[in-house]
Design a protein around this ligand. Sequence first.
Ligand code: C2E
Ligand code: CA
Ligand code: CA
Length: 255
Amino acid sequence: MELNKILQNNEFSVRYQPQINADTGEIVGAEALVRIRKSDGIMISPLVFIPSMEKEGKIAELDRQVLKIVCSDIMEAGFGGIKMPPVTVNISRINMGFPETAEKLKAIADSFSVDREQLVFELTESGVYKDKRNELSELMGKLQEMGFKISLDDYGTGFSSLKMMADVNFDILKLDRYFVSQIGSPRIDKILRSVIEMSERLGASPIAEGVENVSQLDFLRKNGCKYMQGYYFYRPLSKQEFLKKLLNSRKDIPV
Ligand code: C2E
Ligand code: CA
Ligand code: CA
């Protein structure tokens, strides 16, 4: 795949997966998930191209292009009278190596006049990341000072360690899909209860991803995690589909 050409030609497209407040059913946010749209209309999953983008050092550029698409969508929706809820944009850990990352991200948001509270930056796992603790807490701290919220992806696995939680004051912790898929197994249930509690103690809001059925939903709600995303609610949607569901979800809520 010719990554340079794809980057230059802006062949990326973004899908929005709604995030729900399970107590009310309202869509309270969305995660932006990148795809490559080929000329024949076929979409390619990021799982296919992100590893090579990381290897070739292109991932930071990809993240910024995704942010541009998201900001432009937020701006356009605003022109149409729709205020988008906060959109979570994935930011690869590879960005940690570049001190000017926060300024670059802020400049993009500003150039589309997007309010800071309309964006959440989610720190994702990266295969090539090496231990860069200082850079990481510095970048995350800077983004927070600028007024953005920060979220930790895959909370509970891999690099999302306790050490990281000690270093960085995340606003949102995203419970890893693996744990959610194993709900019902006694040890996993205990772990999940504890990580939800820990997240609250740390002053972070927990959100679960990969919710696929009603028993997972019930378990999470009962144990204090009311924010969720997953196929049980919605798959990742095009911008138009997302805005339609957003307006319906607002209408559906009992006042
Ligand atoms: P992620 O950040 O953990 O994103 C969630 C993935 O889970 C998405 O896959 C989503 O489509 C999928 N998913 C959502 N609900 C469910 C469910 O109920 N069950 C199951 N089994 N899966 C569900 P997707 O879109 O293929 O993205 C894969 C990964 O690619 C993402 O995982 C993220 O790490 C990475 N990625 C996506 N967009 C970007 C981006 O703009 N920048 C960076 N750096 N990474 C990205
Ligand atoms: Ca993510
Ligand atoms: Ca994740």
